[in-house]
Design a protein around this ligand. Structure first.
Ligand code: 3PG
Ligand code: MG
Length: 407
């Protein structure tokens, strides 16, 4: 992907301006409580900076998937309280994101004030990127700042459409996410490797194909590896695999070879007779997986091999666990390799960038979430970036400002 150009907060004087700040407040909630504050904590510096410099900060975000109508349980009201706590500052919640309520509330703001508008997805025009919805949002502000990298794969009114109407800037979190990803994939210190785990080849096809073109070493783990092993003619017992992806796996392996990308597959696995804690288990070579058993983690020889490979890298991109880390002891492979990557990172020998879906929980589980060089707050957007796709929310920032009135 070509390097994208966009304006950052360095070239914005927010004083006295109404700033529509697209955040991603789509935080995980369990039993009515926010279970992970990472997105809020990472967003806070952008809001603080804008407010301290005298901007009037109007935060907009989606939360969950209310499908175009108000769903009380999906209100951003409780999340705006968590944001206030993280900021150490008063935040006013506004129970609508467009229309008179939003107009009046934002018109009454003073320099340095922060408001959070209600869930943008309460309107169908958000996800359909309705031009009227984009205009209605834009009419609340003088400036648009997008700090929601993790929602940038969505071409929605608040992530894409609105950038057509206002001078647009990347927020600090957006800036950090993009520069970390660029440093890892577009312009990495080499050799650069990737660890890609997860269940299915089919959902990571584009990702694998793009990775092969960018990295010098690609290690495949998780149930995905079973499909690659089966494609080599090995019997994987009753392990999870995709029978209809065997040709695809062979094509990926062939392409890797052609491109000079070393494809690293497990050499041993931990197998169990059943998918449950306490089931009989064994460590076997990948060529000796017994019938009726299933691979649930990589084995110690694979861990040693991956550690050796990591030691030869300067940059590592990590997406996806190597085994069923949610079900100990099948977390050992992921833990050991993540800890090795963390150690090399701390020693300054390796730059590690991780993200996407399960990866954050796997790294947290391994106790090394804060020891990577960078862990993205994004799930789907991180994956799409790894697939080499242009993210509409990022593209819109790059194009914005060309056809808008000068400030
Ligand atoms: C995410 O959590 O991945 C983003 O907030 C996007 O949410 P979505 O998948 O509901 O579009
Ligand atoms: Mg998602």
């Amino acid at each position: 992907m070509a390097t994208l150009s966009f304006k950052t907060l360095d070239s914005l004087d927010p004083r006295g301006k109404r700033i529509l700040l697209r955040a991603d407040l789509n935080v995980p909630v369990r039993d009515g409580a926010i279970s992970d504050l990472t997105r809020i904590e990472r967003l806070a510096p952008t809001i603080k900076e804008l407010a301290e410099k005298g901007g009037r900060v109007i935060v907009v975000s989606h939360f969950d998937r209310p499908k175009g109508k108000p769903v009380p349980e999906m209100s951003l009201a409780p999340i705006s309280e968590a944001l206030a706590k993280a900021l150490g500052k008063k935040v006013t919640f506004v129970p609508d994101c467009v229309g008179k309520v939003a107009q009046d509330a934002t018109a009454a703001m003073h320099d340095g004030d922060v408001v959070v508008l209600e869930n943008t997805r309460f309107y169908p025009g958000e996800e359909s990127n309705d031009p009227d919805m984009a205009k209605a949002l834009a009419s609340l502000a003088d400036i648009y700042v997008n700090d929601a990298f993790s929602a940038a794969h969505r071409a929605h009114a608040s992530t894409e459409g609105v950038a057509r109407h206002l001078p647009s800037f990347a927020g600090r979190l957006m800036e950090i996410e993009l520069s970390a990803l660029e440093a890892a994939l577009e312009n990495p210190a080499r050799p650069v490797g990737a660890i890609v785990g997860g269940a299915k080849v089919s959902t990571k096809l584009d990702l694998l194909n793009n990775m092969i073109e960018k990295v010098d070493m690609l290690a495949v783990g998780g149930a995905m590896a079973n499909t690659f092993l089966a494609a080599q003619g090995l019997s994987v017992g009753k392990s999870l695999k995709e029978e209809d992806m065997l040709d695809t796996a062979r094509a990926i392996a062939a392409k890797a070879k052609e491109r000079g990308c070393e494809l690293v597959l497990p050499v041993d696995v931990v197998v169990a007779s059943d998918f449950m804690a306490g089931a009989p288990m064994e460590t076997v070579s990948v060529s000796a997986i017994p019938d009726g058993w299933m691979a649930l983690d990589v084995g110690p020889k694979t861990v040693a091999l991956l550690k050796e490979k990591l030691a030869g890298l300067k940059t590592l991109v990590w997406n996806g666990p190597l085994g069923v880390f949610e079900l100990p002891p099948f977390d050992e492979g992921t833990n050991a390799v993540a800890q090795a990557a963390a150690r090399l990172t701390k020693e300054g020998k390796l730059k590690t960038v991780a993200g996407g879906g399960d990866t954050v929980s796997a790294l947290r589980h391994a106790g090394v979430l804060h020891d990577m060089s960078y862990v993205s707050t994004a799930g789907g957007a991180f994956l799409e970036w790894l697939e080499g796709k242009l993210l509409p929310g990022v593209v819109a920032l790059g194009q914005a400002g060309e056809d808008v009135a000068p400030l």
